[in-house]
Design a protein around this ligand. Structure first.
Ligand code: UDX
Ligand code: UDX
Length: 460
């Protein structure tokens, strides 16, 4: 009987931004479980196994310390998918689910080829009873696909039984470890109450009972999309307000603080910036729009699509402002770019507004000196898709020499304490500072001689 099933071995397919930290915390909190994290990318696995913990493939505050404790004891990173699945009682699917580039649903629907491939591997290699947990964010009803693949195998191969659960991740990059240790909630969706209970007991090792919610499969899958859609919608809302502030003399920081004090509204996710990035928001809303159109809910689809349109508008509007302040011409100008990642405290460049703005500037023949405390030259090369028009500068003191403009695109803490009085003498004048995150002290920058533009402020 499933209710008596004891979980000893866990396998997670996908050692990425979600699978890596999630399994690390799980292993650390459940020393009696053996956790194998598998990935087809051997280079990534080698980095997870690197002795030097500063070389892990992803940067997350607090992660390396936990890896140092758990790795090699009950946490293992490996490319041996077959062996890990053979022994697993529970399998997490945590592979990437990017937006389709071609074919039906291109630009909106998720590319599910890796989820399907994972389901086929599970069907082939797992033995006995296995609980399969969707961790990747998936379109509503994907568990049906997974179930169908698994059930068709279990019918033909005696002894194999599969139970599918949805257990979406709600971790935000940069605070993933904290989110995993102290989640607002853990959501488990499924039809089989015993399977739900078994997964719940694992979380009970460190999460309070009242924070673990169970729902049906579809509610769980949909709740993940809706959570991200609501968060992104707040950002688009506040970004529209930033433009009104710039025209009227209101200040976006003051407005969002005043609005956020209303406990019905709340303070979080009211920070105006260069538009939201990251692997999730755009993808999940596109997916929601696709789902609504599929069910012929045109008005609902249009409503959510606006969140994406405003996000593109904000990025474009900021870019146009920058070019216009630089006399409508950036060709051959040296421009310092502060921050490449899509937010602070991560090395992730996916959908980063900074990358989009850099690409446009390179296209207009500007020369960029890009700084970021965690991003690597190699990942920038991949994202920028241009060998020319930029250089990567790790040393912050060498970024500003002879630049015509400095654009702050990611809110890394170190940019707050820059000494503008020392920087001004080494730039080419007149020189601009553009603060797209409304995050540095305007007076200090202006007093040191720079011209200054800040999102959501009345500007020069
Ligand atoms: C996750 C989720 O899974 C995605 O649905 C969510 O929307 C965002 O977060 P993430 O962990 O960020 O994805 O993706 P990524 O860092 O690309 O990691 C996925 C890993 O899965 C990669 O390392 C890839 O090599 C691996 N993979 C992919 C496999 O091991 N096997 C496959 O068949 C496909
Ligand atoms: C998001 C969700 O927060 C998380 O719950 C989900 O599991 C995955 O997607 P993530 O994309 O890692 O997490 O980061 P998040 O902190 O949500 O930031 C997303 C983007 O919005 C970033 O580009 C960030 O700079 C931007 N943002 C966030 C704002 O512009 N203003 C804000 O007030 C908050």
């Amino acid at each position: 009987m499933l209710s008596k099933m004891k979980i000893n071995n866990i396998c997670c397919i996908g050692a990425g931004y979600v699978g890596g930290p999630t399994m690390t915390v799980l292993a650390d909190k459940c020393p009696n479980l053996k956790v194998n994290v598998v990935d087809t990318n051997k280079k990534r696995i080698a980095l997870w196994n690197n002795k030097d913990l500063s070389n892990l493939p992803i940067y997350e505050p607090g992660l390396s310390e936990i890896i140092g404790r758990a790795r090699g004891k009950n946490l293992f990173f490996t490319s041996d998918v077959e062996e890990s699945l053979k022994n697993a009682d529970m399998v997490f699917i945590s592979v990437n689910t990017p937006i389709k580039k071609k074919g039906i649903g291109a630009g909106q629907a998720c590319d599910l080829r890796w989820v399907e491939a994972s389901a086929r591997q599970i069907a082939k290699f797992c033995t006995g009873k296995t609980i399969v947990v969707e961790k990747s964010t998936l379109p509503v009803k994907t568990s049906e696909v997974i179930e169908e693949i698994l059930v068709s195998t279990s019918k033909s191969e005696k002894g194999k039984e599969f139970y599918v659960l949805s257990n979406p991740e709600f971790l935000a990059e940069g605070s993933a470890v904290e989110n995993l240790l102290n989640p607002d909630r853990v959501l488990i969706g499924g039809d089989n109450q015993n399977a739900i209970q078994i997964l719940k007991e694992i979380y009970l090792n460190w999460v309070k009972d009242e924070k673990i919610i169970s729902t049906n499969l579809w509610s769980s899958e949909l709740s993940k999309l809706i959570s991200n859609a609501f968060l992104a919608q707040r950002i688009s809302s506040i970004n529209t307000v930033s433009a009104i502030c710039e025209e009227t003399g209101a200040n976006i920081r003051e407005v969002s603080t005043a609005v956020g004090y209303d406990s019905r509204i709340g303070k979080n996710f009211l920070q105006s910036g260069p538009g939201f990035g990251g692997s999730c928001f755009k993808k999940d809303i596109s997916n929601l729009v696709y789902l609504c159109n599929h069910f012929e809910l045109k008005e609902v689809a249009n409503f959510w699509e606006q969140v994406l349109l405003i996000n593109s508008w904000q990025k474009n509007r900021i870019y146009r402002n920058i070019v216009s302040k630089l006399y409508g011409n950036v060709a051959n100008k040296r421009i310092a770019i502060l921050g490449a990642s899509f937010k602070a405290n991560t090395n992730d460049l996916r959908e980063s507004p900074s990358i989009e703005i850099c690409k446009k500037l390179i296209e207009e023949e500007a020369y960029l000196i890009i700084h970021d405390p965690q991003v690597s030259q190699e990942s920038l090369e991949l994202e920028l898709e241009s060998p020319k028009g930029w250089e990567f500068q790790k040393n912050i003191n060498k970024v500003f020499i002879d630049v015509d403009a400095i654009i702050i695109l990611t809110e890394w803490e170190i940019y707050k304490s820059l000494d503008w009085l020392k920087i001004y003498p080494i730039v080419r004048r007149p020189s601009w500072v553009f603060d797209t995150r409304h995050f540095i002290d305007a007076d200090k920058v202006k007093k040191s001689g720079f011209k200054f533009w800040q999102v959501g402020s009345c500007n020069d």
